[in-house]
Design a protein around this ligand. Structure first.
Ligand code: FES
Length: 118
């Protein structure tokens, strides 16, 4: 079983916003978290299925993973839109494909914990 990695505090992400993380000091975000409500988050790998999931970072600017309405995740490269809850592409060049989910939980101290899948 893998160990959890502290990403930061949930409070760093306003509700309805997103934030990218580089838990192993990568050159670009490895994953991003979207804060759906006061206590609920979803997380996905920062890799767009349009380019085969490899080397396809999605933010159009640092920590900007959402479209203007904040109802969808948007890939900054070619504009694909993904649902917040399932990560399914509902518009764009990879329609019907899914983002890769990452397990992130919120502990009792309000810290975001990432559980890497081996
Ligand atoms: S790389 Fe994401 S839509 Fe093309």
């Amino acid at each position: 079983m893998s160990e959890g990695v502290i990403l930061g505090e949930l409070a760093e992400i306003p509700p309805g916003e997103s934030k990218g993380y580089r838990p192993e000091n990568e050159a670009q975000d490895h994953l991003f978290v979207v804060r759906l409500t006061a206590s609920k988050v979803v997380a996905y790998r920062n890799s767009c299925p349009h380019m085969g999931y490899e080397s396809a970072p999605m933010a159009w600017r640092r920590d900007r993973y959402l479209d203007g309405s904040k109802q969808y995740i948007k890939c900054g490269s070619h504009g694909a839109l993904f649902t917040l809850n399932s990560g399914e592409c509902i518009q764009g060049p990879c329609e019907g494909q899914f983002l890769t989910p990452e397990k992130v939980t919120v502990d009792s101290n309000g810290e975001l914990i990432w559980w890497p899948q081996s």
